[in-house]
Ligand binder design. Structure first.
Ligand code: BES
Ligand code: MN
Length: 442
């Protein structure tokens, strides 16, 4: 693949901009610098804006007051690549196989945001743009966008816009145009379980001292009831039931249970009784254990009664749940159901509210026109399970819901080993950007 645009994406993916790992601090700066150079190269005025965390990259066309302004958001940070041994080619030494670029961040979000940048670049090379464009590309999305809301507040006037476009979601099916009109919110928590003051001999003390690993396991196991519902008291109180039209749309979704099972590599699906998989993922709240640890992890056996255990949990939220309420409910639940003999330390993590866009509004319709023009098919309207926490702040501070135009393929393996982005989606994304700017100018 000799296309210079692909070479640029490979270069971008090669920078290991892992926001969760402090060893990559210098790579974050390098990645932001790379983007600033790219934005300047296509003819925008661009710079790196410091935050208390990773810098935010801004790129702008000169503001022509007679034109509308479109803000395009993306993120240059990526998830940790581990476990490394499960990658066919190294995560930060990308490789193209069967028309797909394999590397951490290829889909989420480097390929998708670079498609927009190059789309604007090509359009600029052809003549003046139909709209003013602002690129806002942050480096902390994968760790909860902790410094972006503040930045939006401070730069409210500079970032004033008429529409917000984002490609950071997945297509309903391969090559299928998709407008994601709802995303789930998120609330993260870590629970530490403390028992004896030090690791004990499990024969000398076992039976008389509570085991923190067992206590953690009991708390985790009790989080769901036999119907797959989250057992936390009050968890569903604020949940808005799906409307009849949404259940109908979910029933007509091109996403099949079989496709979900195949992508996930499971023989059987599981979830809350009374809902289809598409509904369980897009429209119902969940509790998911993301990490768990305690005791001896090395080779062979070690008869130890560990002093502590921990687990990390995230809740996915739907309208009208809020992260604050759910974290409080979870805290009460864990304290109330904690087995005797251990002590808990509960640490609240990041949070983000659920997102909803009326796809039948003027902007939704314009985005659908652009998708249809490029793909030659009517777009699927989907609710997705992932979260982009800053969307609620975009709505509150900049006054617009985001248009989520998916470019990742359903099997992109975001956050997993062998993340990939089809070269075709990259090129389609470049064309989509140009169509979108035209449609949003109207
Ligand atoms: N691009 C994803 C969000 C996404 C993925 C939305 C698929 C819809 C479908 C984003 O980069 C992401 O992974 N966000 C995190 C946010 C969290 C770390 C605060 C997520 O959803 O886990
Ligand atoms: Mn992403």
């Amino acid at each position: 693949m000799n296309d210079p645009r692909v070479a640029e994406l490979l270069e971008f993916v090669r920078i290991p901009s892992v926001s969760a790992q402090s060893v990559h601090a210098a790579d974050m700066e390098r990645c932001a610098d790379w983007l600033v150079a790219k934005l300047c190269q296509i003819g925008l005025e661009a710079g790196k804006e410091p935050t208390p965390g990773n810098p935010i990259v801004l790129g702008k066309t000169p503001r022509d007051p007679s034109k509308k302004t479109v803000l395009i958001y993306g993120h240059y940070d990526v998830q940790p690549p581990e476990p490394l041994e499960l990658w066919t080619s190294p995560p930060f030494d990308p490789e193209i196989r069967d028309g797909k670029i394999y590397g951490r961040g290829a889909s989420d979000n480097k390929g998708q945001i670079l498609a927009h940048i190059l789309g604007v670049g090509e359009a600029l090379a052809e003549g003046p743009l139909p709209v003013n464009v602002i690129f806002l590309i942050e480096g902390e999305e994968e760790v909860g966008s902790g410094h972006l809301a503040d930045f939006l507040e401070k730069h409210r006037a500079e970032l004033a816009c008429d529409a917000i476009a984002i490609s950071d979601t997945g297509m309903a099916a391969d090559g299928y145009p998709t407008l994601s009109y709802a995303l789930r919110g998120i609330a993260a928590m870590e629970v530490r379980v403390f028992g004896p003051s030090h690791d004990l001999h499990s024969g000398i003390y076992g039976g008389a001292v509570a085991n923190p690993a067992t206590a953690a396991a009991r708390l985790i196991a009790s989080l769901h009831d036999s119907q797959g519902r989250v057992a936390i008291e009050g968890f569903y109180d604020d949940v808005q039931p799906m409307q009849p039209w949404e259940r109908k749309a979910a029933a007509e979704s091109p996403v099949s249970d079989q496709a979900i099972a195949e992508q996930a590599g499971v023989s059987e699906l599981w979830g809350e009784a009374g809902y289809s998989s598409v509904e369980r993922i897009g429209a119902r709240p969940t509790a998911e254990i993301n990490g768990i640890g305690s005791g001896y992890q090395g080779e062979g056996s070690k008869t130890v009664l560990p002093a502590e255990a921990f687990f990390k949990v995230t809740f996915r939220l739907v309208a009208n749940q809020t992260p604050e309420t759910v974290l409080e409910q979870a805290r009460c639940y864990f304290e109330k159901h904690k087995p005797p003999g251990v002590r808990l330390e509960i640490i609240d993590g990041h949070g983000g509210e659920p997102f909803f866009l009326n796809p039948k509004g003027a902007q939704g319709v314009a985005a659908c026109r652009a998708l249809e023009a490029v793909f030659g098919k009517k777009p699927a309207l989907t609710r997705e399970g992932g979260s982009i926490p800053i969307l609620a702040d975009f709505q509150k501070i900049l006054g617009h819901p985001a248009l989520l135009l998916a470019l990742a393929s359903p099997d992109c393996r975001a956050h997993s080993p062998n993340e990939n982005f089809p070269v075709e989606n990259f090129f389609t994304g470049i064309r989509l950007n140009k169509a979108l700017l035209q449609e949003l100018a109207l």
